[in-house]
Design a protein around this ligand. Structure first.
Ligand code: SF4
Length: 221
């Protein structure tokens, strides 16, 4: 099976009843600003460069962001922060992304998340994270050139540790933390959520520095 075929398979997943109900409810009820939009309301698979050396690993789709558009980090404040940063770093062909097919290409980067369906309150349960890890294992198996995991937030960081069978207590999350996991490096950042970027917990300069570090690690390993 190809990675494209796996992505298509992911979009049909209904393994987490609570998340299936929520993603579809949000898609029916919509936010007023998007009342004329047709929501994706399905699992959001990864996208990007299949030969990527850097994996950007998020938490889960935003209810009115990628649960609406079908592309990770697209259509909400997280994407409005992430894509300009990727463009400044030379990792994206354009500084914005509004929907799949908008012309955006990622260079050396693939984006996916620990959980592929929008969770209520942006909080997936441990069981839902564990269930969706099966897709992570399959998706990452196709990305043979990866050198750097860039985890956005603590849950993404912990999910990648789980993927490698490593204990959380031995590898605590911190902004800028780095751990060598075999031939790959786990680099972590505060999540690019509005909650962090609008409070100044994560600034554009801080995230630019993280991306430069990711590029440096990808080039040196
Ligand atoms: Fe399937 Fe993952 Fe969505 Fe659960 S979160 S229904 S495992 S795609």
């Amino acid at each position: 099976m190809s990675l494209e075929a796996l992505q298509t398979q992911i979009t049909a997943c209904r393994a987490c009843p609570r998340l299936v109900a929520w993603r579809e409810q949000v898609g029916r009820e919509k936010r007023a600003a998007y009342r004329h939009a047709e929501y994706w309301a399905k699992p959001v698979p990864g996208f990007g460069d299949f030969g990527a050396r850097i994996l950007i690993f998020g938490l889960a789709p935003g209810a009115h962001g990628s649960n609406r558009t079908g592309r990770p980090f697209t259509g909400d404040a997280s994407g409005d922060f992430l894509y300009p940063a990727l463009y400044r770093a030379g990792l994206a062909s354009q500084p914005t992304s509004s929907h799949p097919g908008d012309g955006l290409e990622l260079h050396g980067v693939y984006i996916t998340a620990a959980v592929r369906c929008a969770p209520p309150g942006n909080k997936p349960s441990p069981q839902e994270i564990a269930t969706c890890a099966a897709w992570t294992r399959q998706e990452l198996a196709y990305l043979q050139n990866l050198k750097v995991y860039l985890a956005l937030g603590r849950i993404a960081h912990q999910a990648l540790l789980e993927y490698h069978g490593l204990r959380r207590s031995a590898h605590p999350f911190a902004h800028g933390s780095e751990y060598h996991l075999g031939e790959r490096v786990l680099l972590s950042s505060y999540h690019v959520s509005r909650q962090n970027t609008q409070t100044g917990k994560l600034t554009a300069a801080m995230f630019d520095a993280i991306l430069e570090r990711a590029k440096s690690l990808a080039d040196s390993s």
